[in-house]
Design a protein around this ligand. Structure first.
Ligand code: RIB
Ligand code: CA
Length: 310
């Protein structure tokens, strides 16, 4: 089967880095471009991390471009308390030597998708500012993209506010434009991703992945521990779930829904208001994960990358 071409817009970021590893290692996916957006940490840092990850993981031929430093209209916010000021927790990668693509993220997104209509799967694991700006530049990417998937939102609760998940809360106006663009948005939200926790058993399996496991996967997967959560069951690999959906939708039970993004609410800005009864769905919402099969898939791909390094 031909590999699915994937353009990944991200804000690396602990789980973004793990998602990039999966996208790179899965033979069913072909990473064709990576674009960075300000989100978990500053654009300068997410961009540097994307460049460093490209060389550390070994996909030097893939263009990397920088996008928006902050949201369309609101003040920028970050999640450095979760990801560390450097964005990758305690992981320090060798500094990249290869340069950024001279095009910005918007130009790279539009050109890549326009060059191969119906072939490139667009996937975002950070705030949706770059995607909204690309749609403004060329609305037809909503028709030309083979699919569009996000890690973001939720239909029950937030993680940044009681109502909003970080990627949507960081730029609600961008998210609202993206959900209204006329394409189907696959919304891999917190209700799904909080099923993919790195518990002690999974951590042990990661440690068995050689130096890649010990020096990269485990540190990224265990850096954050929520002191306010008495039921803490481990870090969720949010962004990994979005990439996994693209390659292995069979691991998910998904339901159509109409999703509208709240941009006015004093307490609810960034909420993804999800109507599973709508007769005009604009989204597909994965709600249930086959957790055992998910980890077998993800750790199998990570193991193949680790084996190839040794
Ligand atoms: O809410 C989780 C999302 O916010 C993930 O994409 C994580 O990387 C952060 O960006
Ligand atoms: Ca992210």
């Amino acid at each position: 089967m031909t590999a699915r071409k994937l353009l990944l817009d991200c804000d690396p970021g602990l789980d973004d880095a793990l998602a990039i590893l999966l996208a790179h290692g899965d033979p069913g996916l072909e990473l064709v471009a990576v674009t960075a957006v300000g989100g978990n940490v500053s654009l300068e840092t997410t961009t540097r991390n994307a460049l460093d990850l490209r060389e550390y993981l070994g996909f030097p031929q893939v263009p990397v471009a920088a996008g928006a430093a902050g949201p369309l209209v609101r003040e920028a916010r970050n999640a450095a308390e979760v990801h560390g000021i450097g964005g990758l927790g305690d992981v320090v990668l060798p500094r990249a030597s290869l340069p950024l693509d001279p095009r910005g993220a918007v130009e790279l997104i539009v050109e890549t998708i326009a060059a191969s209509p119906g072939q490139v799967h667009l996937l975002a694991t950070g705030p949706l500012t770059n995607i909204a700006l690309a749609l403004r530049a060329e609305p037809r990417i909503a028709q030309w993209a083979a699919s569009f998937t996000i890690m973001g939102g939720s239909f029950t609760r937030g993680n940044t506010t009681p109502a909003a998940e970080f990627n949507i809360y960081a730029d609600p106006e961008a998210a609202a434009e993206v959900f209204a663009a006329g394409w189907q948005v696959t919304m891999v939200g917190l209700d799904l991703t909080l099923q993919a926790l790195v518990d002690d058993r999974i951590k042990e399996r990661m440690l068995a992945l050689g130096s890649l496991g010990r020096n990269f996967v485990v540190p990224l997967s265990t850096f954050w521990n929520d002191p306010q959560d008495p039921d803490w069951g481990g870090q969720a690999v949010h962004d990994v779930c979005a990439v996994a959906f693209l390659s292995r939708p069979d691991l998910f039970r998904s339901v159509p829904a109409q999703v509208e993004v709240e941009t006015e609410g004093k307490f609810t800005a960034g909420m993804t208001v999800t109507d599973f009864r709508s007769s005009a769905p604009n989204a597909l919402v994965p709600v249930k994960l086959d957790v055992r099969a998910f980890w077998d898939y993800v750790l199998g791909i990570y193991g193949s990358v680790s084996d190839a390094q040794n």
